[in-house]
Structure formats: structure tokens, C-alpha cells
Design a protein around this ligand. Structure first.
Ligand code: PEP
Ligand code: CO
Length: 444
């Protein structure tokens, strides 16, 4: 079957904006097609190799970031704090598991959101839903909710600037293992979890002193001072993704150059839909969310469509069932894929199946449910002789109050209103995310 970056346009598509000014849309798409790539195909291939390792149990994936990035809260400090948090969690899990960590940010392009309803109603007024800053504005007014193609240009530039900062942090000294203490975020330093991190940092300091005595320093051993944080987002708005899809001059294959890894959401994974059509043609490593409605035979067909050559590291299945459903719904899917001898990389998103509405009206998630779903995921893999390859989280390095719970620094329902800043879904704050990393390290 022939494929091209725009062949998705002949298929039924869900969760898309309705642009009024089609000429303007075409003009913007044309501009984007001329813009430089944000990533290189070789980097996407490296990530695929690392995902293959994770799928074999030789590495572990930590993928995380905002539910939705925003144009309004775009600053170096927030990006730096998320970067530090990813490094902190990686150290904690690597230290106990002995596995290298594949670090992937939900960032530098995570701007488009699927919504459960096309409209939002407030005080008797009905407007189109907010679909992410790449499409429309979160403000509740008719003008703000009108999809504007120019937002794709802004999203591109913000992604480029974010990517640039991530590359600088990765190579410029912040990721140096001699700097581990500096990764501890100010507002958790004094908490039990921050102190637990300090203990690990001191042990790493000792190990670094020993390596120095043996002649290995960050001056002569780049691995000690550099890291790689890959980028990823949900490729939902295919007009944007198509424009950033380019032929790699080395292999002649098509790559999406907007991020190293792209995933398909749970609401747009129909086998005969536009998103599957788009994704089957790109060579990047890709993900697909697997929610409660997925059937075993459907999943096998989906895996075969997305990874026809059964390549290792190509396809990441991101399970998001919910703490109360995973024990019942996940094993039949796992068995079907295992018995069909299909190569996939299994990770757990313990966020999207655990959304609830607090008594005070906030969309939230309880930390106990998040921990419980992660634990079940590991246990089910252990029972089936398969590999739990990583976690996929909505989290921030900021001190927000969006998810309830945590043993070390609990957030109550009444606390939610104090620092509830998310553009979309509630995120783990740095303390909760680090606590989760310690829990994963205990499982190892
Ligand atoms: C998301 O990851 O932000 C998301 C919308 O997830 P899902 O497709 O699993 O609902
Ligand atoms: Co979300």
C-alpha cells in the first residue's frame, strides 16, 4: 500500500479543529514545510535502539512532562526544573536497578489535546473545547476558542527554543554527575524525599571520588558529564506533523522531525483512521496508548499495522487502564501480544486511567491509585515472564498542587486550589514524582 506524508487526508479523522480560513491554513502549512527540522533522523534511530534495550529489560524508560505545554508559562526555569527532575528520578531508578535510563520528555511539542467533548458549557454559554495552544486558546470566549493556524508557527518556535535549552542542559555541565546535589529542587530539599535524594547524592559523590582516583573524570570521560533527553509528544494535529515530516538523506526514509518519538492517543487509534495511516509511514520510534476499551485481537492487528517488520524498539505500548481495572484488563492483552511473538516495549501511564473529580470541583488524581497501577503493571509482567520497560507520567518540576496524596508530603483535597496551574490534566509535582521513582527503585 502506498504511503505519503499526506495520505492520512483520505481517512476518517477524529479530534481535529475546524479551521475557517482554509487559504490561511494552506499558507501556514507551506511555511512550516520550509522550516528546519527540530531533530535528526540519526537521533531517532538511536532512541529506537535504546527502546529496544528497554524492551529486553536492559534499560528503563522514564518519559514525563506536562499534560499540555502552554504559550503563557514558557520560561527557562520551568524547563530547567523538569530537566532536573528527570535526572533526579533517573539517578534513583538507575542506582537500584543497575539499568541505564532512557530519558524522554513530554516536551518541545506537546501542544495538542484530545478532548472528551467537542464543546464546553459554562453559565449557559456553549463554546468549542480548548484543544491545546497549538490550536486555540484556553480562555473561555468565542474569539479565544476559534482555531487559529498561526498557532502552529508559535508552537514550532517554542519547541525549537525548548529543544535548544534541553540540548544545552544535556551537554553544558548541568547533567554532570559531580553536580547531583544541584539537581535537588529547592522546595523539596528539606522534605523527607529531598533528604532521601541527598543520601543517594552523597553515595554518588563517593563513587565519583573513587573513579577520579582511578583516573576517570568528567574531563576525560564525557559519559560522566553528558546525557541525552529525547523529546516526544502526541502527534494529534496531523497538519503540523505532516509539514515536519521529511525524507532522511542517509536512508531515504521518512521521519517526523518535530520530535524523536511520537505517540497515538487512546481516542485516535482506530485501525482504519487517519492517525494509524500517518504513523505507519514514519520511521521514528512510536508509541500507542492502550486504554480499557482495547480488545486483544484488535491490539494484535494494531501492532502488526504499526510495526509490520516486527522490529525491536519500534513500538511502545503505553498502558493506561486505571488502578481498579488493570488487573482484569491488561493480562489478556499482554498474553495476546506475547503469544503472537510480537516485539513491543511495554510502559505504564498511571495517570490517564485515574482521573477523578474532587469534592471541591477540581479534576485530580490520587497518588495511591497512581502507585497502585504502577505496582500492578510490574506484578503482571513478573507473572507473565515479560518486561515492564518504563513509566510515562504527567509531571512538573514545579511545586504545584494538582494530584492528591503522597506519603512524604501529602496534598489534601482542600490544598488543590492553592497552586493548581495545569493547562489540562493534573500533574505530579516534583515531590510526588520523586517519591514514585523511589517506589519503583524498591520494586527493583
Ligand atoms: C495524554 O497522554 O495526554 C492523553 C490525552 O492520553 P490518552 O490518549 O491516554 O487519553
Ligand atoms: Co493528559
Amino acid at each position: 500500500m502506498s504511503w505519503s506524508p499526506n495520505s492520512w487526508r483520505d481517512f476518517p479523522i477524529k479530534q481535529q479543529p475546524e479551521y475557517k480560513d482554509i487559504d490561511r491554513l494552506k499558507e501556514i502549512e507551506g511555511q512550516l514545510k520550509e522550516f528546519p527540522p527540530l531533530i535528526f533522523a540519526g537521533e531517532a534511530r538511536d532512541l529506537k535502539d535504546k527502546l529496544a534495550q528497554a524492551g529486553r529489560g536492559e534499560a528503563f524508560i522514564i518519559q514525563g512532562g506536562d499534560c499540555a505545554e502552554s504559550f503563557a508559562s514558557f520560561d527557562a526555569e520551568t524547563i530547567k526544573n523538569l530537566f532536573k527532575l528527570i535526572l533526579q528520578m533517573s539517578v534513583v531508578v538507575a542506582y537500584s536497578s543497575g539499568r541505564p535510563i532512557v530519558k524522554i520528555g513530554r516536551l518541545a511539542g506537546q501542544f495538542a489535546k484530545p478532548r472528551s467533548s467537542d464543546f464546553e458549557e459554562k453559565d449557559g454559554i456553549k463554546l468549542p473545547s480548548y484543544r491545546g495552544d497549538i490550536i486555540n486558546d484556553i480562555e473561555f470566549s468565542k474569539e479565544a476558542r476559534e482555531p487559529d493556524p498561526y498557532r502552529m508557527i508559535r508552537a514550532y518556535y517554542q519547541s525549537a527554543a525548548t529543544m535548544n535549552l534541553i540540548r544545552a542542559f544535556s551537554r553544558g555541565g548541568l547533567a554532570d554527575l559531580n553536580e547531583v546535589h544541584r539537581w535537588n529542587l529547592d522546595f523539596i530539599k528539606t522534605h523527607p524525599i529531598g533528604q532521601k535524594f541527598e543520601e543517594i547524592s552523597c553515595q554518588i559523590d563517593k563513587a565519583m571520588q573513587f573513579l577520579k582516583a582511578a583516573g576517570l573524570t568528567s574531563k576525560n570521560t564525557p559519559q560522566l558529564k553528558q546525557t541525552t533527553v529525547y523529546t516526544s509528544h502526541e502527534a494529534l494535529l496531523l497538519n503540523y506533523e505532516e509539514a515536519l515530516t521529511r525524507v532522511d538523506s542517509i536512508t531515504n526514509d521518512y521521519y517526523n522531525t518535530a520530535a524523536h518519538m511520537l505517540w497515538i492517543g487512546d481516542r485516535t487509534r482506530d485501525l482504519d483512521g487517519a492517525h494509524i495511516e500517518y504513523f505507519r509511514g514514519i520511521k521514528n520510534p512510536i508509541g500507542c496508548k492502550v486504554g480499557p476499551s482495547m480488545q486483544p485481537d484488535e491490539l494484535v492487528s494494531l501492532v502488526k499495522a504499526l510495526n509490520p517488520d516486527n522490529e525491536e524498539g519500534k513500538l511502545n505500548l503505553i498502558v493506561r487502564m486505571g488502578a481498579t481495572k488493570i488487573d482484569e484488563l491488561f493480562p489478556p492483552l499482554l498474553k495476546a501480544v506475547r503469544d503472537a511473538k510480537l516485539n513491543v516495549v511495554w510502559t505504564i501511564d498511571p495517570m490517564h486511567g485515574n482521573v477523578e473529580k474532587s469534592s471541591t470541583g477540581f479534576k485530580t488524581r490520587d497518588f495511591d491509585n497512581i502507585l497502585s497501577e504502577v505496582k500492578s503493571f510490574f506484578k503482571i509482567h513478573q507473572d507473565h515472564g515479560t518486561v515492564a520497560a518504563g513509566v510515562h507520567l504527567e509531571m512538573t518540576g514545579e511545586n504545584v498542587t494538582e494530584c492528591t496524596g503522597s506519603a512524604s508530603c501529602p496534598i489534601t483535597v482542600d490544598d488543590l486550589s492553592s497552586r493548581y496551574h495545569t493547562q489540562c490534566d493534573p500533574r505530579l509535582n516534583a515531590n510526588q514524582a520523586l517519591e514514585l521513582a523511589f517506589m519503583i527503585s524498591e520494586i527493583f
